[in-house]
Design a protein around this ligand. Structure first.
Ligand code: NAP
Ligand code: G4F
Length: 353
């Protein structure tokens, strides 16, 4: 049985990827940060909490990552853990650098000694392009320049290049995905798509009467997260490691997302919109659109869920969740679950379970 280690298994992509890999017959290990109330709701939502093996790991501690590799001895490593919220990176530039950037070399360096034949995937991002100077609307490729414009993107730039250095210098199968924005009902509430979806659902059910947003004119290439984790896996199934853009090839503004979400439930967005200047970032990428032809040709991957369907599925799911809450039912994924249920590895040392 093939074994995979997913760092950041409690996040949106980590949870979907774990489900996908379990479906492929993998033994799935995942790291999570040891905090007083670990965040397992996505694993419960996807009904895989008891099927994955969880390893408490500190992304700033070399020996902790060494431990995760010794315990799992993986065939494939998916390094997804990161401080992934661009806006926060302006308030926490130093720790974002450590977690989102330096953790990459910590894992690769440990892999070099413990499991050099394992394949490594790094969660690169379209934020890397930044001030690329490319004409608005052009679809970005693997060959376009990176000129990052947030502390988050700078940290990811480090991760991207160190991944290439371990590929070229040490012969590790190390690949970068350059993923454009991808969303789902498991998206964190702080990101604009889920924030809009939940705000619209609350208005629809009479629980709120406004949607507070920042920059409405920013354009993003928004895809559907479950499809993007399949792309990650496909990238590691190639004969040679390489770097790939994963995107839909379309771009839409935040305003369009809002309008589409409101139209779906029969509202005019202008009746509910409030702009808060505090939500504007010191720097914000005006527009992103990706060209996925390389991954389509090499791996046979292409996006299926496009903008309108994505908006609608997110809004519908939020309405369903708020209805559940209003009717007094608890979310099935809120059941008590830790600290030492089956499937959770709670001890620290050792080379197996
Ligand atoms: P996410 O939902 O924010 O998940 C991030 C994961 O990293 C969570 O498991 C989180 O743990 C963990 N993490 C955060 N800070 C940590 C810390 N200090 N120590 C240890 N773990 C920490 O992000 P995502 O959307 O799944 O994205 C997955 C990866 O892809 C990230 O690296 C992100 O930067 C990158 N990416 C995402 C997109 C996108 O549109 N989603 C696009 C391009 C690249 P908790 O659950 O405990 O918070
Ligand atoms: O949803 P966002 O916070 O995502 P952002 O900054 O594009 O980053 C996401 O995608 C990246 C890939 O390109 C990932 F690497 C990263 O980890 C993350 O997953 O913001 C999208 C846009 C921005 O232009 C922001 O200024 O929406 C604008 N926006 C307008 N009002 C808002 C809001 N963003 C948030 N989060 N909240 C608002 O109220």
């Amino acid at each position: 049985m093939r074994k995979a280690l997913i760092t950041g298994i409690t996040g949106q992509d980590g949870a979907y990827l774990a489900k996908f890999l379990l479906g492929k017959g993998y033994e799935v290990y995942g790291t999570y940060r040891r905090i007083s109330s670990p965040n397992f709701w996505r694993l419960q939502y996807l009904d895989i909490f008891h099927k994955v093996k969880l390893i408490p790991t500190d992304m700033t501690d070399q020996s902790s990552m060494q431990n995760a590799l010794y315990i799992s001895l993986p065939d494939e490593v998916y390094h997804l853990a990161a401080q992934s919220f661009v806006e926060s990176s302006f308030q926490t530039p130093h720790s974002t650098g450590e977690i989102t950037g330096l953790s990459v070399v910590a894992i690769l360096e440990n892999m070099k000694h413990i499991k050099p034949d394992a394949k490594f995937y790094f969660a690169g991002t379209s934020e890397l392009y930044g001030f690329s100077g490319i004409p608005k609307g052009k679809a970005l490729t693997e060959n376009d320049a990176f000129k990052p414009m947030s502390p988050y993107a700078v940290a990811k730039l480090y991760g991207y290049w160190i991944t290439r250095i371990y590929r070229d210098g040490y012969g590790i199968f190390a690949a970068n995905g350059i993923l454009f924005n991808h969303e789902s009902p498991l998206r964190g509430l702080e990101f604009v798509t889920r924030k809009i979806a939940t705000s619209v659902a609350k208005i629809k059910l009479g629980l709120s009467d406004k949607i507070v947003l920042g920059n409405l004119e920013a354009q993003r290439d928004w895809g559907y997260a479950p499809e993007y984790v399949e792309a990650m896996w496909k990238i590691l199934q190639q004969d040679m490691p390489d770097d790939y853009v994963v995107a839909t090839g379309e771009t839409h503004s935040v305003r369009e997302f809002l309008e589409s979400a409101c139209n779906h439930v029969g509202f005019d967005y202008e009746d509910y919109l409030a702009i808060d200047k505090e939500l504007m970032r010191p720097l914000d990428l005006p527009s992103l659109r990706g060209d996925y032809s390389k991954i389509q040709e090499a791996c046979g991957w292409s996006p299926k869920v496009k903008f309108k369907e994505l908006v609608e599925l997110m809004v519908d799911e939020e309405i369903e969740r708020w209805r559940m809450l209003l009717s007094g039912r608890t979310f099935p994924w809120d059941a008590p679950n830790y600290p030492s249920e089956r499937g959770v590895i709670v001890r620290n040392g050792g080379n197996g379970r």
